[in-house]
Ligand binder design. Structure first.
Ligand code: SF4
Length: 417
């Protein structure tokens, strides 16, 4: 009889070019997925879904913590103890590492699940016949596609009965994904945060999805194009709780497009309202370059936004058109950036190299134009990378175009096409 369930939530790292696991002395950006899954599990405990069953949750972010694999295996051998390893938030470049970890645990007959953008995007755009998904099935590793809010009880119940399914597919209908308005709040793990450089720096998702249709993007094929949002009251509750429990006062909001939230005004006002309780929050967020609702930028500044990350991608209109990024208008870039600057907010732009109209001659000219005319405060440059789950990747596959088969390299810092 099982009287204890131990759930290991692990955010895997990736392999470097020499095959070593990448692990930093201190982490920088805590994994929001890890906190979301931790919060969902705590909610199961609080609601006593499994009665008197003792449930322990242990989180690991492998980018900053060494995984005690032998210790985890020993736990699985404790009498009356059921152990479940969940490899969470796995991106394509982390998939080889996640698969290796999963195989090690499966070799000891430990139940293992794997979820995140790689499995979700692959199943959503290509189906379950893909070789990497088939390999997971062969290894009896449970595959999760999509988000598990509202489903976690069912999955854990299956695990306790020893009947985990080969796949839990929750992203079939992207128009009707789970409502997160009142979803359980993410939970920060002090144990994991000890391995981060700034324990007062947190991540949180206030919404999911994006209405646009950029062809290189995987987000829209996993989280959908219909915005789903946590309620402003719940967001304030999360920030308040983290402030009092962990001193968290600076956030990276992981929403892929904060500017398309319907409840953006109410969310900013809720954050401003926390000041009356002595809780001063500042944050970074990601937004698009399309026209913002009136007052958006001003209110963002008042709420404590200090930096925006904007997916500019290119200053060449032909590239933007080719990638379905019609919402970006190069002639408006300067004005939009000035508006953020006028509100005292730093602008960091993301730029992609390798788009269809990029050439050796054109790229240096474009970057010069970016620096001299557009003038963001900071820019990060990424190589165009076909990610499973994106329209571009699916079309390249259909056309039989070569892509580097090594998923470790799909991190936008390696040439893969
Ligand atoms: S604006 Fe960003 S999140 Fe939205 S579809 Fe384009 S790349 Fe994806």
């Amino acid at each position: 009889m099982t009287d204890r369930l131990v759930i290991y939530l692990i955010k895997p790292s990736k392999y470097d070019d020499e095959g070593y696991v990448v692990r930093f002395w201190k982490g920088v950006l805590p994994s929001n997925t890890l906190s979301v899954l931790h919060g969902l599990t705590q909610d199961v405990i609080d609601r006593r879904v499994f009665g008197n069953l003792k449930i322990d949750v242990v989180t690991f972010d492998e980018t900053a913590e060494k995984l005690p694999i032998r210790k985890i295996v020993r736990w699985s051998q404790q009498p009356h103890t059921k152990l479940l390893v969940c490899l969470v938030g796995v991106q394509t470049n982390q998939f080889p590492r996640a698969l290796d970890l999963a195989k090690q645990f499966r070799a000891r007959a430990i139940d293992v699940m794997i979820g995140g953008f790689h499995t979700s995007g692959t199943i959503s755009m290509l189906g379950m016949e893909e070789p990497d998904i088939q390999e997971l099935f062969r290894e009896s590793i449970t595959v999760v596609s999509g988000e598990v809010e509202g489903k976690w009880d069912e999955i854990l119940s299956d695990c306790l009965k020893g009947r985990l399914k080969p796949v839990y597919h929750y992203a079939q209908d992207l128009q009707n994904l789970v409502d997160i308005h009142e979803a359980p709040l993410p939970l920060t793990s002090p144990k994991t945060m000890k391995h981060f450089a700034k324990p007062a720096f947190g991540t949180a998702d206030t919404s999911r999805g994006c209405p646009f249709a950029c062809s290189f993007c995987t987000i829209i094929n996993v989280q959908g194009r219909k915005m789903r949002e946590r309620s402003p009251e719940r967001i304030a509750e999360l920030l308040r709780r983290n402030y009092h429990a962990h001193g968290t006062s600076f956030y990276f909001f992981t929403d892929d497009n904060f500017a398309r939230k319907k409840l953006w005004r109410e969310t900013f006002e809720a954050i401003i309202g926390l000041r009356e309780e002595g809780i001063k929050i500042s944050f970074m967020m990601q937004v698009d370059l399309a026209r913002k609702p009136k007052d958006f930028v001003k209110l963002a500044g008042q709420a404590g936004c200090t930096q925006v990350f904007i997916g500019m991608e290119s200053v060449n209109p032909q590239n933007l058109k080719a990638e379905g990024k019609g919402q970006n208008h190069v002639e408006e870039y300067q004005k939009i950036i000035k508006e953020w600057h006028d509100a005292g907010i730093v602008v960091h732009t993301g730029y992609i190299i390798g788009l269809p109209f990029d050439t050796r001659e054109q790229v240096p000219q474009d970057i010069r134009y970016l620096m001299d005319v557009i003038q963001p405060d900071q820019s990060s440059f990424f190589m165009l990378t076909p990610l499973p789950g994106s329209h571009d990747h699916r079309e390249m596959k259909k056309r039989g175009e070569w892509m580097d088969p090594d998923f470790n390299k799909r991190d936008s810092f390696h040439a893969t096409v």
